[in-house]
Design a protein around this ligand. Structure first.
Ligand code: SAM
Length: 303
């Protein structure tokens, strides 16, 4: 440490560290690099009465690495509600309970929300112990705007549902006053298909970023048009790893985007949609009412 840093650190008064207060602690854990475990997170894990975790085997490994021994209780998607009530009763009795997920911030695409709600209902204090989170890590290095963004969790696994969701996202983006970067979690076996759907809805020239294996040895950030990023992945023998897909928030307005309502309906019908579905979809994409789109289609189809 150089003298200047040392002086700076010495000038920061250390916050008095009394015993851990009773309450629920949501503790973030690393998403791939153990150095991302925070000092405060470690103290909470060391000093709490028990740890509620998504997978006890996974958390046992983390604790072993840091030399911590603590009673573990499983708290996952399938027992979340019942376990939340049990944990709330223990919290009411004055315990200090930490919640961790397998990786990252509990409660973000991971269990956590139910026990927070139960603790709040029971009148127990809830503390955040922030740290790693894949969505935010990816966003800040994506090069896309961080001014406003929407975190949308995982994209649907089925193609039809995925395209419908992407269409409604596009509508929202068109209606928004400012560009809003869109952040999705994605899986390696679906990502190439998901990018094809993004291209179908937003166009192949649309700008995206894909963060893969953040904080790990083979960390990678792909930035470019949807078609470029898709081509890079499709050319690989296999696509592996954990990933976050980000879409540029800048979209053309509905009017700029593409001709008349009638043109858009005609194009969809040519691609196999029936008339009603095509009108509904164009209305959704353009953020206009169905009857308005239908009237425009009726007027336009005579031309
Ligand atoms: N709670 C976690 C968080 O705070 O990021 C997210 C849990 S969610 C079940 C797991 C998903 O997060 C993965 O499928 C992937 O989309 C994303 N993810 C987790 N770790 C990642 C990493 N190291 N690099 C890129 N994405 C990651």
């Amino acid at each position: 440490m150089d003298a200047e840093t040392e002086e700076l650190l010495l000038s920061v008064p250390a916050r008095p560290r009394g015993p851990l207060l009773p309450g629920l602690y949501l503790v973030a854990t690393p998403i791939g690099n153990l150095e991302d475990m925070t000092l405060r997170g470690l103290r909470v894990l060391r000093e709490c009465d028990r740890i509620a975790c998504e997978d006890t085997r996974q958390t046992a490994k983390l604790l072993a690495y840091f030399g911590i021994q603590k009673p573990l209780v499983s708290y996952h998607l399938h027992n979340e509600l019942g376990r939340a009530e049990e944990l709330a009763a223990q919290l009411l009795a004055g315990e200090r309970i930490a919640v961790v997920s397998d990786a990252g911030t509990p409660g973000i695409a991971d269990p956590g929300v139910a026990v927070v709600a139960a603790a709040i209902t029971a009148g127990v204090r809830v503390f955040a112990v922030p740290g790693a989170n894949a969505a935010l890590g990816a966003l800040v290095i994506s090069g896309l705007s961080t001014e406003q963004f929407a975190f949308r969790g995982f994209l649907p696994s089925k193609g039809g549902e995925r395209r419908t969701l992407l269409e409604s996202v596009l509508c929202e983006m068109r209606a928004a006053a400012v560009p809003m970067t869109q952040v999705f979690y994605e899986t390696p076996h679906r990502v190439v298909d998901a990018l094809a759907d993004v291209a179908a809805v937003f166009g192949g020239e649309y700008r995206v970023a894909l963060a893969r294996e953040l904080t790990k040895l083979h960390e990678e950030m792909l930035r470019g048009t949807v078609d470029e990023v898709r081509a890079v992945l499709a050319a690989r023998e296999s696509v592996r790893g954990e990933m976050v897909l980000l879409l540029d928030g800048t979209v053309a307005s509905a009017a700029e985007a593409g001709g008349s309502v009638a043109d858009a309906v005609r194009a969809l019908m040519a691609a196999g949609s029936d008339e009603g579905d095509a009108v509904k979809r164009v209305a959704r994409e353009r953020g206009v009412g169905k009857s308005e789109a239908y009237r425009e289609w009726q007027r336009g189809k005579k031309r």
